[in-house]
Design a protein around this ligand. Sequence first.
Ligand SMILES: Cc1ncc(COP(=O)(O)O)c(C=O)c1O
Length: 390
Amino acid sequence: MAHPFDALTADAMRAGGSWKWSTPGADAHGRGLIGAFVAEMDFPAAPAVVDAVRSCADANRFGYLSDAWVADMAAACASFWADRFGWSLDPDRIRPLPDVLTALTAVVEHFTPAGSPIVLPTPAYMPFLTVPGMLGRELVRVPMAHGAGRWSVDLDALDRAFATSGAKLLVLVNPHNPTGRVLTDEELAGVTEVVERHDARVFADEIHAPLTFDARVHRPYAATSDAAAAHTVTATSASKAWNLPGLKCGQLILANAADAQRWSQVGYLAEHGTATPGVLATTAAYAHGREWLDDVLAYLDGNRALLRETPLPGLEVTVPEGTYLAWLDGSTLGLDEPPSAFFAREAGVVMTDGAACAGPGGMRLNLAMARPVLADALERMSAALAGARR
Ligand SMILES: Cc1ncc(COP(=O)(O)O)c(C=O)c1O
């Protein structure tokens, strides 16, 4: 049966003016470009979210955040995390910030020794490769292990990275952008062991937490053990699962009393940038957007199936366990240019170049589009591959 999202055309998306769909130009065959790079969804927002933003305008709620709105948002977030992920959180330990990057900046500044390096498994979400340098920190990249289309954190390499660099912070993204991995309890316990050995901390980026498939359930890292709770600051947001990154509201989750106390002294500046309409929309998303989310998850699952079923010979395709981002490896195609440039020109599909994620030869394909548009994108890519083989 057709889903209303099926009716969202590429032309309508282009007319919408989003960053994702505003790459100018056409492919070598004169077709319009398909925006598949930025991590946002093409789907209209949940009715509860739209209503919240409308009533924000109707009631002229454009002033500074009140404590009551923050408390409502924290309670809605805590309830969602308890119901979905089994983590009972004290709402007082959930604080508002504009976004996850602000959270990382604040955690680096206030929860790590001055000047200490930062460890990051790669491939990685692009800004995590550049933001540490902007904060005057050395970034230590740890390539993930990879075999049979599955990526995992290389614990031995992680151990060596901490030992040789003296780093005191690990940026742990789970579910993982760009590989789509959803880490298991065993993998998370392995990470805890390494981090404890080096007396380090974890910045747990769980922005994609609600977006998991095939009965996988996201495991909040800080909830896996007392040790993890003692060394972790978690950041999340409704922005990925409910598609509202422009509304500027994220959440910092403090998992122990000492960190909560520290945050109460230093968090003001980071919290100050949070947008009031974003907080009200986030409350609505967590409290009243669950049905919409489940529908989106089912739709995305159908898009995953389409990717799995479409032959793309020569590409190694990683269908995501979580997130709506697929990782495609084109390094064995033998092209004399990055595969992302080849597909932008020959197929008109604009993906994130793997090199920007420290995964050269790879591409990040955003699956969160109308299924007919995705089918068109995949057919174009398939034809481009056939053309390259001739
Ligand atoms: C893993 C991850 N972290 C952080 C972000 C950025 O989040 P924010 O807009 O809240 O800074 C993204 C956006 O794609 C992401 O995928």
